[in-house]
Ligand binder design. Structure first.
Ligand code: NAD
Ligand code: ZN
Length: 341
């Protein structure tokens, strides 16, 4: 079958032929319809330090997808051939304390589809049926293909009660932009997002941000005073991984504020801990999506009128994957979809 693989320990990916994956007793074989390019795939494409120490070579990657069940192992129940599915990309062990307690997102033995094992940038993907999630008919393929990062945004944004709260989101990448739409949808008052990229700030405005602030050009404090926010933000969602943005967020939080960290900063990032201590901030780290609460919430949010479709800005056939990765790498895009049909 056709797959987009890392064949050499070097920049780029290659469209190549790989053997069909084997279907275990508890697995689903999924025929991939569409995939999306994640920031993680860009790290793999660019073959940065993280990718060099994480990605086995040769292997095909990718973890944002929608497909159709094509076959299944003999132990699988609850699915039938032809079901439209996406899937949770974190494969958990099932036997650690958190798994046994139903807190699968906290499994200490997580294996990542398209990161630690063969991924979805292929004609077919095999995952444990446990990880598959059926997609209701009214949710289009494009949206279902981005459920993985949408789930990151939902998991982070719904970590705290946002009703009537003033929310600061740092980083208008695809996940930050989706978090804007979610926060507005569930009833936040002001949702302010920061970035240094005008294209993405513009998308955030389209998705309902009260203000989308280019921190290179505008002072966040002046925006807050325009909005009559005298006391600071109630909730902070860090979605840039940039230490400067994180420090700025801590400074602008109100006392008793709540902060969720999704963005992955450099390991040696330092902050002013006095901001945390004397303000009594609550800080929560976020990894992946809650299994499977986040997935049910994603479906329900869309069914209740949340529209994240403006975030999908580009479509390519998989044969033109190089163009897709170039657009994604340029920063002048929202989500980029590759069509495998
Ligand atoms: P992205 O890299 O597309 O977006 C990050 C954005 O931050 C970019 O638009 C960038 O311009 C912006 N930025 C840079 N400097 C900034 C500054 N000083 N102030 C404000 N914004 C600034 O990433 P994404 O795909 O949207 O993901 C968001 C973050 O979440 C990334 O750090 C990613 O690695 C991380 N992530 C974490 C998990 C998890 O499970 N914890 C899962 C997915 C992604
Ligand atoms: Zn586990």
């Amino acid at each position: 079958m056709k797959a987009l693989a890392k064949l050499t320990r070097d920049k780029g990916l290659t469209l190549t032929d790989v053997p069909m994956p084997e279907v275990g007793h508890n697995d689903l074989l999924i025929k991939i319809t569409k995939t999306a390019i994640c920031g993680t795939d860009m790290h793999i494409w660019n073959w940065d330090e993280w990718a060099q120490k994480t990605i086995p070579v040769p292997m095909h990657v990718g973890h944002e997808y929608i497909g159709v069940v094509a076959d299944m192992g003999q132990e699988v129940t609850g699915f039938k051939i032809g079901d439209r599915v996406s899937g949770e990309g974190h494969i958990t062990c099932g036997h650690c304390r958190n798994c046994r307690a139903g807190r699968r997102h906290l499994c200490r033995n997580t294996v990542g589809v398209g990161v630690n094992r063969a991924g979805a940038f292929a004609e077919y993907l095999v995952i444990p049926a446990f990880n598959a999630f059926p997609i209701p008919a009214e949710i289009p393929d494009d949206l279902a293909a981005i459920f993985d990062p949408f789930g990151n945004a939902v998991h982070t944004a719904l970590s705290f009660n946002l009703i009537g709260e003033d929310v600061l989101i740092t980083g208008a990448g695809p996940i930050g932009i989706m978090a804007v739409a979610i926060a507005k949808h569930v009833g936040a008052r002001h949702v302010v997002i920061t970035d240094v990229n005008e294209y993405r700030l513009d998308l955030a405005r389209q998705m309902g941000a009260t203000r989308a602030v280019n921190v290179m050009q505008q002072d966040l404090k002046s925006v807050m005073s325009e909005l009559h926010m005298t006391e600071g933000f109630d909730v902070g969602l860090e979605m840039s991984g940039n230490p400067i943005a994180f420090r700025q967020m801590l400074e602008q939080m109100n006392h008793g504020g709540k902060v969720a960290l999704l963005g992955i900063p450099p390991a040696d990032t330092s902050i002013d801990w006095n901001q945390v201590i004397f303000k009594g901030l609550e800080i929560k780290g976020i990894y992946g999506r809650e299994m499977f609460e986040t997935w049910y919430k994603m479906v329900a949010l869309i069914q209740s009128g949340l529209d994240i479709s403006p975030l999908i800005t580009h479509h390519f056939n998989v044969n033109d994957f190089e163009q897709g990765f170039a657009v994604m790498g340029s920063g002048q895009s929202g989500k980029v979809i590759l069509d495998w049909r």
